[in-house]
Design a protein around this ligand. Structure first.
Ligand SMILES: Nc1ncnc2c1ncn2[C@@H]1O[C@H](COP(=O)(O)OP(=O)(O)OP(=O)(O)O)[C@@H](O)[C@H]1O
Ligand SMILES: [Mg+2]
Length: 270
């Protein structure tokens, strides 16, 4: 559904993304891991068209979109749940949802999509006419996701799902995302600080380091990778990882710096 080839992007004279190539297959939930400052948000913003592509290609639904504006990308079916949520604090919950339907026609369909969002996030129902500023962190994230859903996306980009949220809230929001993915076939690219959680729900994962992808593979295999365990899983073997994992599906992205595939190379990370 989404294919990125050799993507370069950055700010002013600063290049942050140094040739990213990745794929998000239709119907999948892909996790994007990486330390603070790795470039995850920069990648999400570039995919959405909020930051220009310097070189490389972004193919979405069989179209090249690296030069397309945000509106065209939204029309093609991209939506972003931005880091920090970026709600309109003084607007009501309902008005925030309507912002997500900007550019859409058909009042009835929009109203029925609001009902659909409220069915997914019943906690927002009683808050509909209250300003977004009055929401709790969890409700704010639900609203940010709901607003993105109002654009009827085919690919949902989610930047830092669990940021500032209590674990129980994260679980309930993740459960909704899983329903959308598994039952409605909504494709997702998920940036998540909690690598353990992300690897548990994803079908495919990428690791970004200093603006380059350094590892990619099936989540169970990545979870068993010693380097991933050390850097992202608190240094303990994941209980969910199968015993034979750590060889077949993890691949070191060629040309990537620093992280090596420790499954093959003792002490390779220096
Ligand atoms: N507006 C900006 N202008 C200049 N540099 C920026 C800007 N935004 C981010 N950067 C730099 O780009 C690099 C990547 O930042 P980015 O926000 O994409 O990382 P991230 O992986 O999302 O980190 P985090 O986990 O903290 O959200 C960092 O070195 C950051 O300082
Ligand atoms: Mg970020």
């Amino acid at each position: 559904m989404l294919r990125v080839e050799g993507l370069h992007a950055g700010y002013g004279p600063l290049e942050i993304l140094h040739g990213i190539s990745l794929e998000v297959p239709a119907g999948s939930l892909v996790a994007l891991l990486g330390a603070n400052g790795a470039g995850k948000t920069t990648l999400m913003r570039t995919l959405m068209g909020l930051l220009p592509t310097r070189s490389g290609r972004i193919l979405f639904a069989d179209q090249e979109i690296q030069r397309a504006g945000v509106e065209r990308r939204v029309r093609l079916g991209l939506a972003l749940v931005p880091e920090g949520r970026e709600l309109f604090p003084s607007l009501s919950v309902r008005e925030n949802l309507l912002m997500g339907a900007f550019g859409r026609r058909g009042r009835a369909a929009i109203e029925s999509d609001i009902e659909r969002v409220l069915a997914y996030f019943p906690a927002l129902k009683a808050r509909l006419s209250l300003p977004a500023a009055s929401l709790s962190g969890g409700e704010g994230q639900m609203l940010a996701i709901g607003r993105a859903l109002m654009g009827q996306p085919r690919l949902l980009l989610i930047d830092e799902l669990s940021q500032g949220l209590a674990p129980a809230i994260v679980e309930s929001v993740l459960a909704v995302l899983l329903r959308l993915n598994r039952q409605e076939g909504l494709t997702m690219l998920l940036v998540e600080q909690n690598a353990r959680k992300a690897l548990k729900v994803a079908n495919l994962a990428y690791v970004l380091q200093s603006g380059s992808l350094v590892l990619q593979g099936r989540p169970a295999e990545l979870a068993a990778n010693p380097i991933i365990q050390q850097l992202y899983l608190g240094g303990e073997a994941s209980a969910e990882a199968p015993e034979d994992a750590g060889t077949g599906q993890v691949s070191l992205v060629s040309g990537g710096p620093a992280i090596s595939n420790g499954a093959e190379e003792e002490g390779g990370n220096g």
